[in-house]
Ligand binder design. Structure first.
Ligand SMILES: [Zn+2]
Ligand SMILES: [Zn+2]
Length: 113
């Protein structure tokens, strides 16, 4: 991950290590988080978001590369899937009938930088 010396949103110089790692100052980080949440709510149904957040809380999504590709663990822990917000190789994901919770969780995590 790249370190940032200036805020990605407003361009102000970042001082704390946390801000430098995140790429945003505290005020902008909060605004970005709210915008990310709004994007998720506008994109998915509430029950889908709930399942995705549950997955994240259980540590069921492990970042592999940056915050874009994730390793998702199946509910019974016997299988793992590769997940990106646009694709997932779990059964539901491969059928492509609906967006699986892994993809939604990947989307949430990729926005919550
Ligand atoms: Zn800023
Ligand atoms: Zn999936």
């Amino acid at each position: 991950m790249n370190d940032h010396t200036n805020c990605l949103r407003c361009g102000r110089v970042l001082r704390s290590a946390k801000s430098i790692a995140a790429g945003y100052g505290p005020t902008c980080a909060a605004k970005v988080k709210v915008a990310a949440k709004a994007e998720i709510i506008a994109t998915y149904k509430p029950y889908q978001i709930e399942k995705a957040e549950e997955l994240i809380e259980q540590g069921g999504l492990i970042p592999l590369r940056g915050k874009r590709i994730f390793l998702a663990v199946s509910s019974d822990g016997t299988e793992t899937y590769r997940t990106h917000r646009a694709a997932c190789n779990c059964k539901a994901g491969l059928k492509g009938l609906h967006v699986c919770k892994h993809r939604i969780a990947a989307h949430i995590l990729s926005l919550a930088a």
